[in-house]
Design a protein around this ligand. Structure first.
Ligand SMILES: C[S@@+](CC[C@H](N)C(=O)[O-])C[C@H]1O[C@@H](n2cnc3c(N)ncnc32)[C@H](O)[C@@H]1O
Length: 270
């Protein structure tokens, strides 16, 4: 007969991950596991847990196994149809909120919304502004809509490729995006969680700057006067993104560094 303790020990996973999976299977918090560590577990519970533990040992991301990831304190549903939101992307949200204040923005567009992480965090922080979000993946939009509804965020969603998704010639005070920016030959694509995430969320199937080029090139036609654009990118792409923005006539072009000191968010103003 397996108990909480014996199962956690024998599953071959780091204790923290094993606990998270068992909490998920039992639908109980950590405090329950601690208080019931010698309780016998049902055979169904043991089988479900061992199934998830085996997937985890193969490398499946924890977020997909438990179906959830926290982003800026919001619990988001995640499925293999969406990128797992990264803590790094909180920098883009911080920069976007500063841009909203600076411009006195009334509208914001999030291109390539995935789970809706960025759009939802912004809509909840700024309930007075109109937030629109797009994605080329209908399945991603469905996940984002579910997240917005369960968190009480009001967002308009549009499916399609970058600006083509938008219904009309509307303009926005701020445009933000965390687009796919990994080059197609980058070895990271075959490592860790990235192996299980949607490929179109990760790479442009080219040099990593293809999506950013399209977004920057189309930005002027979709921004209001003095509007701002902010993009997340790879640690080694800041210079290229700055050049693209300058070529399109953006002013006050600058790059923000993440907590690790890496240049990860670049943008500018019309
Ligand atoms: C890096 S993920 C970002 C997801 C989410 N914004 C986040 O930060 O967690 C890039 C997203 O862009 C979407 N995408 C890829 N190509 C696109 C296109 N041509 N038009 C619109 N969205 C696209 C992907 O489906 C994916 O959801």
């Amino acid at each position: 007969m397996q108990t909480v303790n014996s199962l956690l020990k024998m599953c071959g996973l780091p204790r923290l991950e094993a606990r998270m999976l068992l909490e998920f299977v039992l639908k109980q918090p950590r405090s329950w596991l601690l208080a019931h560590d010698t309780d016998p577990l049902s055979s169904e519970t043991v089988a479900s847990f061992l199934n998830l533990a085996a997937l985890r040992r193969q490398g499946h991301p924890m977020a997909y196994l438990v179906g959830q990831r926290e982003f800026r304190g919001h619990a988001l549903k995640v499925t293999p149809d969406v990128l797992i939101p990264r803590p790094d992307t909180e920098l883009l949200v911080d920069v976007s909120l500063a841009a909203i204040r600076q411009v006195g923005a009334r509208s914001l567009l999030d291109l390539g919304t995935g789970s809706g992480a960025i759009a939802i965090a912004i809509a909840l922080a700024c309930p007075g502004i109109q937030v629109m979000a797009t994605d080329v993946s209908a399945k991603a939009i469905a996940v984002a809509q579910h997240n917005a509804q369960s968190l009480g965020a009001t967002i308009q969603w549009w499916e399609g490729s970058w600006y083509e998704a938008l219904p009309s010639e509307g303009r926005f005070d701020v445009i933000v995006s965390n687009p796919p920016y990994i080059a197609s030959n980058d070895f990271h694509l075959s490592q860790g969680d990235l192996r299980y995430e949607p490929r179109q969320a990760l790479t442009d199937e080219a040099d990593g700057l293809g999506a950013i080029r399209q977004i920057v090139t189309g930005a002027r036609a979709h921004l209001t006067d003095n509007g701002q654009i902010w993009l997340e990118h790879g640690f080694d792409q800041a210079h290229a993104v700055q050049e693209l923005l300058l070529q399109q006539g953006f002013n006050a072009v600058q790059t923000h560094k993440d907590l690790a000191g890496q240049p990860r968010v670049t943008g500018g103003s019309l």
